[in-house]
Design a protein around this ligand. Structure first.
Ligand code: SF4
Length: 111
């Protein structure tokens, strides 16, 4: 899901967004922009308001649902990493044993 966001603490109260897209923006009690509607985020006037904000503080952001997907991916990755390491370790162990064994065999044959 997406969320419309205005960094109100950086707003200069020019009113461009409210003028261009009154469906999504209005002034708060301090005369700064605030979001009043989270619907219809694909609208042309919203895109225009984002474009015309002189301080560039209007954005459409992804919400937590997408974040949790990212977290799942990263835990999958670390699981794979662990698996790879384990495989590498056991491979190395096997190699060590094999070379040790053949060394022992050789030295016992030499006797
Ligand atoms: S266009 Fe930007 S600076 Fe102007 S009122 Fe809207 S959010 Fe504030």
């Amino acid at each position: 899901m997406k969320k419309l966001k205005v960094l109100t603490d950086q707003c200069i109260g020019c009113g461009a967004c409210v003028g261009i897209d009154p469906e999504h923006f209005d002034f708060n009690e301090d005369g700064l922009s605030k979001v009043i509607n989270e619907e219809n985020l694909e609208s042309e006037s919203l895109q225009e308001a984002i474009e015309y904000c002189p301080v560039g503080i209007i954005s459409i952001e992804n919400t937590e649902e997408d974040d949790s997907e990212t977290q799942n991916n990263s835990s999958e990755n670390s699981c794979n990493e662990t698996q790879n390491k384990t495989f590498e370790d056991s491979y190395n162990e096997t190699q060590n044993k094999t070379s040790e064994n053949s060394f022992e065999e050789q030295s016992s044959r030499g006797k």
